[in-house]
Design a protein around this ligand. Structure first.
Ligand code: FAD
Ligand code: NAD
Ligand code: FES
Length: 277
């Protein structure tokens, strides 16, 4: 059982939690995730490890309330214990000194790209980050991303802060201005990652995306997280979650993410948040 040590709201629907998990904190690397269960009879959900504090034996998770389990987790408070946390899982991000790297985060995807930006900077890269949200009031981790980057560019869909438009447009402008980019890392909604790849493909800029298919066991056994990359079947939980975005079949990913929409809606409607009690 893992105790919740801190909890704060980054926006109305996005929560940051610091959770006691000494063994995971000691071993985790950027790009890895955990699988969490709020209760014994609960669903297993994957969440990225956004940060760690080895001295405190704790990890940080940042999650958006989208359905039953994330709503249940959001209902838990400091001092309560999460039933189980398994990790660190997945292959770590390939971190080298590539030169000029651009980290793009959309919405809650900023929480996933944050540890990657931090690790790239520590490895000596020049890091330009582009973060975006629908509106200023739901933009998360601006200060943390500024600290993890040499330069931070911000966009909002409604123009309430920074550039008026999508993060992909900011990247396009950066490329058009003649900036020579060695590698792009992009995390966010599936359409965003697809569009970012369309922007970088003509310039042959290697682009790594972090995929979020539905996962069940997260050990490579069940096949739930099947994705197609370069025409081959890969399991995101063990072969990923990061892949070369120019090779990813985003259409298949989007279809598979919608597979249980009706069941998810039913579960959320029946949700009364006694699930961790
Ligand atoms: P549901 O109502 O069950 O589903 C809502 C949405 O989440 C649907 O789009 C559904 O397709 C998707 N989803 C449902 N169950 C799963 C599952 N077991 N695995 C993956 N997706 C699922 N979200 C964050 O907010 N922060 C993160 O740091 C984060 N990191 C992730 C890292 C990985 C490797 C993956 C695969 C996903 C990550 N996600 C993250 C997405 C997160 O797992 C889902 O939002 C969560 O599982 C939703 O559960 P729910 O019961 O609240 O919602
Ligand atoms: P959102 O819909 O508010 O979009 C966030 C930003 O992404 C926008 O402000 C915009 O800049 C960009 N964007 C969105 N659609 C775009 C498009 N069609 N073209 C170009 N840019 C676009 O995001 P949200 O509500 O915070 O949801 C975050 C999404 O991230 C969810 O779909 C979730 O499944 C996904 N997610 C992915 C991972 C992962 O590991 N890949 C982890 C967590 C969440
Ligand atoms: Fe079961 Fe990846 S979640 S194989």
């Amino acid at each position: 059982m893992n105790e919740i040590l801190d909890k704060s709201y980054l926006s109305e629907q996005v929560i940051s939690m610091v959770v006691s998990a000494p063994e995971i904190a000691a071993r985790r690397k950027a790009g890895q995730f955990i699988v969490l269960m709020t209760a014994e009879n609960g669903e297993r959900i994957p969440l990225t490890i956004a940060d760690e504090n080895k001295e405190r034996g704790a990890i940080t998770i940042i999650f958006q309330i989208v359905g039953k389990t994330t709503a249940c987790l959001a209902g838990m408070n400091v001092g309560e214990r999460i039933y189980s946390i398994l990790g660190p899982l997945g292959s770590p991000t390939e971190i080298e000194n590539f030169g000029l790297t651009v980290c793009v985060g959309g919405g809650v995807g900023i929480g996933v790209v944050y540890p990657i930006a931090k690790a790239l900077k520590e490895a000596g890269n020049r890091v330009i980050s582009i973060i975006g949200a629908r509106s200023k009031n739901i933009l998360i981790l601006e200060e943390e991303m500024r600290e993890a980057s040499d330069e931070l560019l911000v966009a909002t869909d409604d123009g309430s802060y920074g550039f008026h438009g999508f993060v992909s447009e900011v990247l396009q402008k950066l490329i058009d201005s003649g900036t020579r980019i060695d590698r792009v890392f992009a995390v966010g909604p599936v359409p965003m990652m697809r569009v970012i790849c369309d922007v970088t493909r003509p310039h042959k800029i290697k682009t790594i995306v972090s995929l979020n298919p539905i996962m069940v066991d997260a050990t490579g056994m069940c096949g739930a997280c099947r994705v197609a990359v370069g025409g081959k079947t890969k399991f995101a939980c063990v072969d990923g979650p990061e892949f070369d975005g120019h090779e990813v079949d985003f259409r298949l990913l989007a279809t598979r993410l919608r597979m249980y929409e009706a069941e998810e809606k039913k579960a959320m409607e029946a949700h009364r948040c006694h699930c961790h009690g």
